[in-house]
Design a protein around this ligand. Structure first.
Ligand SMILES: [Zn+2]
Length: 519
């Protein structure tokens, strides 16, 4: 037995040594000729705290994941494909500075500019870029005064790993010019033209591996992949998990708010410096990932606000449609809920809310409603005032509300109403589009005085062109009025809401833009 066992042990040891001797051979062969560069990808991240009731996302978890992956793959770059400074409830207060704090702590390496980076104007963006410890890249966003990339950033960055060089450049949606607030001094060049020129320039320096960090539509990403010769596109903007390929280059997009982390491994030949193969996986960022303790300082700094925003204030029994493209074109259940809340809280005959002041731009799922949900729908802290108007003025108000409905894709003035039912036709001339109009079940009486609840933005400032209300007699002035968000919150605190559209607004022309392509 003893001999037998000894023989067996010797045999086992021999097998083990053969195994070990063989292993390094095969394991060493690969690193000898290829270098693995790992790209970690997130895009469209508006909150550093976890989302979906804490179940997904969160930059503290990302930091844990990044550190673990980097241990196993030291040549790691952590990338953000744009959209982070805006919009969010936190950014109402901090204008994106909270996200820069968070990314600095999360050890981000590079970000491209998303369209929303310009929401607070170019000066605020410059300030945010200066606060960033990571580098911004957007080769096609040009400061007209210098002719160079906006914010004094380089056209591309180069990193060297174990002797191979990797170039990275950024691209941003051209439409940012009109969908955000870059001001007159910022130009957006064609992404394909920019990429083609830049990749040729990069290749001329002998660098073979080129990564495009983009915030474009998938269609544009595919064009860039075909026209430029990039090796991989790390993209964003759609808020949809997408894995595509064009011109031989894979294109990746995560959803949003760091619900997933993309891990893209570039296996680069040491001999040629070119990408030999690409491996990838999409890793869910969920509760199983512990938060990195290093992130505690950020959580502490913004803790009071986060706690307040996470406070549950009510419940909705149905999905709340707060999509901008819908609420600026037709009746929505959120529009009805808000206009009703305005009207009933002020005991007015009718209520009106301009669709453009209703935000969130998403469908809020049935379930618990937090203070964050309320503020995301009504972020402007407008006051709910009450005025007196004649029937004739009320008709004028509504005509004004639909006067851009056929001309603009998303007119902010579009009226969400309460106590009012009307039919309109966008094909008719502006000013005579309302075909049928009744107030609380009776035809509108042009001479009658009605009380109207609306926001101070519309009713006092004449915002969105509602100038005809400026002369109205004010019954509840803004000094005595409640915030719109508080009025809405009071409704959901009282009962489980389940608003349904009831056909109070009928639209005869179907020239409606249903999808918001400006995420
Ligand atoms: Zn975007």
């Amino acid at each position: 037995m003893t001999i037998d066992r000894a023989v067996r042990r010797r045999f086992a040891l021999a097998v083990f040594f053969i195994f070990v001797a063989l292993l390094p051979l095969s394991a060493q062969q690969k690193p000898d000729c290829t270098v693995r560069v790992t790209l970690l990808q997130v895009n469209d991240v508006y909150q550093f705290a976890p989302v979906d009731q804490g179940t997904r996302g969160g930059l503290a978890r990302l930091l844990t994941m990044k550190k673990a992956i980097q241990k196993e793959s030291p040549n790691t770059l952590f990338l953000l494909s744009g959209d982070t400074i805006s919009p969010s409830v936190e950014s109402i207060t901090y204008k994106g500075a909270q996200m820069i704090d968070a990314w600095n702590t999360a050890q981000l390496d590079y970000s491209t500019l998303g369209n929303h980076e310009f929401d607070f104007g170019p000066d605020v963006l410059r300030q945010r870029m200066q606060e960033s410890k990571f580098k911004w890249l957007a080769a096609n966003v040009i400061d007209k005064k210098t002719g160079k990339p906006f914010g004094d950033t380089p056209a591309y960055a180069v990193r060297e790993f174990d002797g191979v060089r990797v170039a990275i450049f950024g691209l941003t949606l051209e439409e940012t010019r009109v969908t955000s607030r870059p001001g007159p001094d910022v130009d957006f060049l064609n992404p394909c033209d920019t990429a083609r020129k830049l990749v040729a320039e990069i290749h001329a320096t002998g660098i073979k591996t080129v990564v495009a960090l983009t915030h474009l539509s998938m269609g544009e990403d595919k064009q860039v992949a075909r026209c430029s010769g990039v090796d991989v596109i790390i993209g964003g903007h759609e808020h949809t998990l997408l894995e595509s390929s064009s011109g031989g280059a894979p294109i990746f997009k995560m959803t949003a708010d760091a619900r997933e982390l993309g891990q893209i491994d570039l296996n680069i030949s040491k001999d040629t410096g070119a990408v030999e193969s690409i491996d990838w996986k999409i890793i869910p960022v969920n509760e199983r990932v512990p938060e990195d303790p290093q992130f505690a300082a950020v959580n502490r700094k913004y803790g009071a606000l986060l706690k307040e925003l996470a406070r549950v204030v009510g419940r909705t029994g149905v999905d709340l449609d707060a999509r901008s493209a819908v609420g600026r074109n037709q009746e929505t259940n959120v529009g009805d809920l808000i206009a009703d809340a305005f009207r009933f809280s002020t005991r007015s005959d009718v209520g009106l809310m301009n669709g453009g002041s209703i935000r969130a731009d998403e469908i809020i799922k049935a379930g618990l409603l937090t203070r964050r949900d309320i503020l995301s729908i009504l972020p402007f802290k407008n006051k709910v005032i009450k005025v007196e108007v004649t029937g004739a003025t009320l008709r004028q108000v509504l005509e004004h509300g639909v006067a851009r409905s056929a001309e603009d894709a998303e007119p902010g003035r579009f009226p969400q109403v309460s106590g009012i039912r009307f039919t309109f036709d966008g094909r008719r001339p502006a000013g005579s589009r309302i075909i049928d109009l009744s107030i609380n079940g009776r035809p509108l009486d042009e001479k009658k005085i009605y009380t109207l609840a609306t926001s101070d933005y519309v009713g006092i400032d004449g915002g969105d062109g509602y100038a005809m209300l400026k002369a109205a007699r004010v019954l509840i002035p803004r000094e005595r009025a409640q915030f719109d968000s508080d009025v809405l919150q009071a409704v959901v605190v009282k009962r489980v809401v389940a608003p349904k559209t009831d056909g109070r607004i009928k639209r005869l022309d179907q020239n409606q833009k249903q999808e918001n392509d400006c995420k």
